[in-house]
Design a protein around this ligand. Structure first.
Ligand SMILES: Nc1nc2c(ncn2[C@@H]2O[C@H](COP(=O)(O)OP(=O)(O)OP(=O)(O)O)[C@@H](O)[C@H]2O)c(=O)[nH]1
Length: 358
C-alpha cells in the first residue's frame, strides 16, 4: 500500500478557506512542506466506531444526525485544520478496515510528525477486539515514536446510562492499562467518555489539542491572573469556528459552563450575522468590535470579548461582581495585549525556522 495512493486531501474544507481568512492560516498559500510540518492527529479505531463522524461534527459543523448517512471511509482522509492561530494541525482519518501496520505502508515515516493518536472505541459494541487493536497500536507506535500522546475516546456514550458510562470507562481503562503494564510499555493513555450528541466530544478534543500547544502554560497563567483580578468564576479562550477551547484557567471545567460559553458564541455570531452585517456584506459576523454581555436569570453573567480573529474570551461571573465592569474591560485589554505578544513571538519564531529550512 502506498501512502499517497490512499488518502483524499480535503484541504478545501478548511474553515479558513470558508471564511476567506488569509495570512498565517492560509491554506492555498502554504507550501506542501509547511502543510506537512504541521503536527498530525490520527483518528484510529475499528470500523464504524465513529471516527469520521467526530471529525465532521467537530471541524465541519455537520449535524450529529447527518452522520447517520456517512459512508464507510475507504481511504486515509487528510484534513488540514487551520482555523485558529493556535490550532494548526492535520487530522488523518484512518478507515477501520485499513491495516496501519501493513509492511508496504510507510508508517514509520508518517509517525515521526504525529502529535497524537485518538483511538475511538464504540462503547455500545463489544470492546474485546477494539482493546486488542488499541494495545497493538500503542505497542507498535511507541517503538517508533514514544513522544506521541495516546488519547482513547470511549465513544457513543449517549446510548449508555450514567452508571453504565462509569462502569464502561473503568473497565476499558483498567484492561488497557493492565495490558500495557504486562507488556512493560510505559505509556499512560488518557481516556475520555464522548458522544457527538453533546459537548463531550468538543471537550475531549479541546484537551487533545491543548497538549499540542506549546504556549499552553503561558495562556493558562494569563487566564489565571485575569480571572483572579477580575473576580471571574471561569474563563475559556475559545476557537470561534470549531468551539474548541485552546486554554482555560486552572479551576475545574464543568461541562455545563463550557456548553453555556460555547452557545454564547453561536448567539453572538447569529445575531451579528442577522443584524450586524450590512446588506450584501458577507462574513462570519465576528470582528474586533465583537463583544457581548448576557445576564442570566440565575444571578450569573456571561461576558464575551474578541481576542483576535480566531479566538474569543468567554467568561462566566457573578452578577454582583460585575459592578466594576470598567475594571474587567481594562484587565481584558491587558490580557489581549499579552496574548498578542505570545502570538507575535510565535510568528517570529516560525519565520526564522522557515528561513533556516530554506
Ligand atoms: N449514537 C451514536 N452514534 C454515533 C456517534 N458517533 C458516530 N455515530 C454513528 O456511528 C456510525 C459510524 O460512524 P462513522 O463516523 O462512519 O464511523 P468510522 O469509524 O469513520 O467508520 P469507518 O469509516 O468504516 O472506519 C454512523 O452511523 C454514526 O452516525 C455517537 O457519538 N453516538
Amino acid at each position: 500500500m502506498n501512502e499517497n495512493d490512499n488518502y483524499n486531501e480535503e484541504y478545501e474544507s478548511s474553515f479558513l478557506g470558508d471564511m476567506g481568512y488569509g495570512e498565517e492560516g492560509q491554506v492555498d498559500g502554504q507550501s506542501s512542506s509547511q502543510i506537512e510540518n504541521k503536527p498530525k492527529i490520527f483518528l484510529m479505531g475499528l470500523k464504524r466506531s465513529g471516527k469520521s463522524s467526530i471529525q465532521k461534527v467537530v471541524f465541519h459543523k455537520m449535524l450529529p444526525n447527518e452522520t447517520l448517512f456517512l459512508e464507510s471511509t475507504s481511504k486515509v482522509v487528510k484534513n488540514d485544520i487551520s482555523n485558529s492561530s493556535f490550532v494548526q494541525f492535520q487530522i488523518w482519518d484512518f478507515p477501520g478496515q485499513v491495516d496501519f501496520f501493513d509492511p508496504t505502508f510507510d508508517y514509520e515515516h508518517i509517525l515521526n510528525n504525529c502529535g497524537a493518536i485518538v483511538f475511538v472505541i464504540d462503547a455500545q459494541d463489544e470492546i474485546g477486539e477494539a482493546l486488542q487493536k488499541l494495545h497493538q497500536t500503542i505497542v507498535k507506535v511507541y517503538q517508533i515514536n514514544p513522544n506521541i500522546h495516546f488519547e482513547v475516546f470511549i465513544h457513543k456514550s449517549d446510548g449508555l446510562s450514567d452508571d453504565h458510562k462509569i462502569d464502561k470507562q473503568r473497565d476499558i481503562q483498567q484492561k488497557a492499562t493492565d495490558e500495557l503494564l504486562d507488556a512493560n510499555i510505559m505509556v499512560h493513555p488518557s481516556f475520555y467518555v464522548t458522544s457527538i450528541y453533546d459537548h463531550s466530544i468538543f471537550e475531549a478534543f479541546s484537551k487533545v489539542i491543548q497538549k499540542l500547544i506549546p504556549q499552553l502554560p503561558t495562556l493558562e497563567n494569563l487566564l489565571d491572573v485575569f480571572i483572579s483580578r477580575s473576580r471571574i468564576e471561569k474563563a475559556f479562550l475559545v476557537d470561534v469556528v470549531s468551539k474548541i477551547y485552546v486554554a482555560t484557567d486552572n479551576t475545574p471545567v464543568d461541562m455545563q459552563t463550557y456548553e453555556l460559553c460555547s452557545d454564547m458564541i453561536d448567539v453572538v455570531i447569529d445575531v451579528s450575522c442577522i443584524y450586524g452585517l450590512k446588506e450584501e456584506e458577507e462574513g462570519l459576523g465576528y470582528d474586533q468590535e465583537s463583544h457581548s454581555v448576557i445576564k442570566l436569570n440565575n444571578g450569573m453573567v456571561l461576558y464575551l470579548r474578541e481576542v483576535n480573529k480566531y479566538l474569543a474570551l468567554v467568561c462566566l461571573l457573578r452578577e454582583s461582581n460585575f459592578d466594576k465592569h470598567g475594571l474587567i474591560d481594562y484587565n481584558f485589554l491587558c490580557f489581549k495585549k499579552a496574548i498578542e505578544e505570545v502570538f507575535s513571538r510565535r510568528t517570529a519564531t516560525r519565520k526564522k525556522i522557515t528561513k533556516k529550512s530554506n
